[in-house]
Design a protein around this ligand. Structure first.
Ligand SMILES: Nc1ncnc2c1ncn2[C@@H]1O[C@H](COP(=O)(O)OP(=O)(O)O)[C@@H](O)[C@H]1O
Ligand SMILES: [Mg+2]
Length: 345
């Protein structure tokens, strides 16, 4: 997994790249609204496909800028072809099957308040659906019928809790597929945030499974405003950050603030090869300066405060013309009004 990846330019035009010996190619971007994060993301995407990699943007609200020649897949209109329940698990030892049932049940219930009894019911239903999925058009109707077969008030209560998921029909046969070497934008626009959270996690879980199976991949997942998604040790996002490079998959994440994340998530985010700090909220500036470089806090505070739109402080595994850069540097992109990216639609 060598090869360098473009990060941006210095003021004098020198190209800053991820160093070739970096353990991964993931990038985490932070900065308040309007500081140029999303524009930079498009710039990075163009460079990533120019390297021959495939970009998969999970566009949570349809706000991804137009990069030209992208393959747009609407989760609602086009659907996403994906095999949700994995019947191969049934050939595994029983403890692995139970673990799988719990994992899927917890995933489906992750944005709801469900009691232990309801979780247990859904775990049983997952097993039922695995065994009967061939009789159904899709895995979600198998789960729905499974709960209706049990038929108790509790079971129907679970069905109602996950109703939006059972009925959204996102995961179905689709004419659209991910195209290699392109920017693919999967839009979750028009779904509410809770449903989007679960849909994205299901998508990423599947991508992760496929990537591990295929080994040779060159995929970058891009998620702007990722802070509301499912995080935590077992989440796909943190797994990709930790182990993605083994399977040739990396991630480009952006958020307005880092203040809302748990310590464990911050540790995972720090595994990214590079962090780009666009201008932060005043209240976060000092804390970030300390994290970036504890020996130069006052100067960094000034640098962060005075970042212009499109500028960011970069730290991590960086190189310029093959030379490692150890200190934080200010990185930008050539941006002229006419080559900025437009809003889609
Ligand atoms: N590198 C840049 N140089 C000058 N202006 C920029 C640059 N990047 C973005 N902008 C301007 O700032 C606006 C906000 O940029 P955007 O990337 O959407 O910010 P964010 O995602 O941080 O909210 C853009 O519409 C554009 O007008
Ligand atoms: Mg933005």
């Amino acid at each position: 997994m060598s090869g360098t990846r473009y990060v941006g330019n210095l003021q004098n035009g020198d190209r800053v790249k991820i160093s070739s010996d970096s353990p991964n190619k993931s990038i985490v971007i932070s900065g308040i609204s309007g500081t140029g994060k999303s524009q930079r993301i498009c710039d990075l995407e163009k460079n990533i496909i120019a390297e021959g990699s495939t970009v998969i943007v999970l566009d949570l609200d349809g706000s991804h800028y137009n990069v030209g020649n992208e393959n747009i897949i609407s989760a609602r209109e086009d659907g996403i072809a994906l095999n949700f329940l994995d019947v191969k698990i049934l050939n595994k030892p029983s403890d692995e099957i139970s673990e799988y049932q719990a994992e899927i049940a917890n995933l489906l219930l992750s944005v709801t308040k469900a009691g232990d009894r309801q979780r247990a019911l859904l775990r049983d239903t997952i097993l039922w659906a695995l065994k009967h999925k061939n009789n159904f058009e899709n895995d979600f109707s198998a789960i729905e019928t499974g709960l209706e077969e049990i038929g108790t008030e509790k079971a129907l209560g679970v069905r109602d809790k996950i109703w939006p998921l059972l009925k959204c029909r996102v995961f179905r046969e689709s004419k659209k597929t991910i195209q290699k070497g392109k920017v693919n934008v999967i839009s979750f626009e028009s779904f509410d945030t809770d449903l989007t959270k679960v849909l994205v996690e299901i998508f990423l879980k599947n991508l992760w499974k496929e990537a591990r199976r295929m080994k040779e991949n060159k995929i970058t997942v891009v998620i702007d405003e990722f802070q509301n998604l499912i995080l935590g040790r077992k989440s796909s996002i943190e797994q990709i950050l930790r182990e993605g490079r083994k399977y040739g998959i990396d991630i480009l994440l952006a958020t307005q603030t880092l203040a809302t994340f748990s310590k464990a998530t911050l540790v995972a985010l720090n595994q990214a090869a590079v962090r780009l700090y666009f201008r932060p909220a005043v209240s976060e500036t000092k804390m970030l300066a300390q994290q970036i470089d504890g020996t130069n806090v006052e100067r960094l505070i000034l640098t962060l405060k005075h970042l212009k739109v499109g500028e960011s402080v970069a730290i991590g595994d960086l190189e310029i013309a093959g030379k490692h850069i150890e200190r934080p540097i200010v990185v930008r992109t050539d941006y002229r009004k006419k080559n900025g990216y437009d809003i889609r639609r």
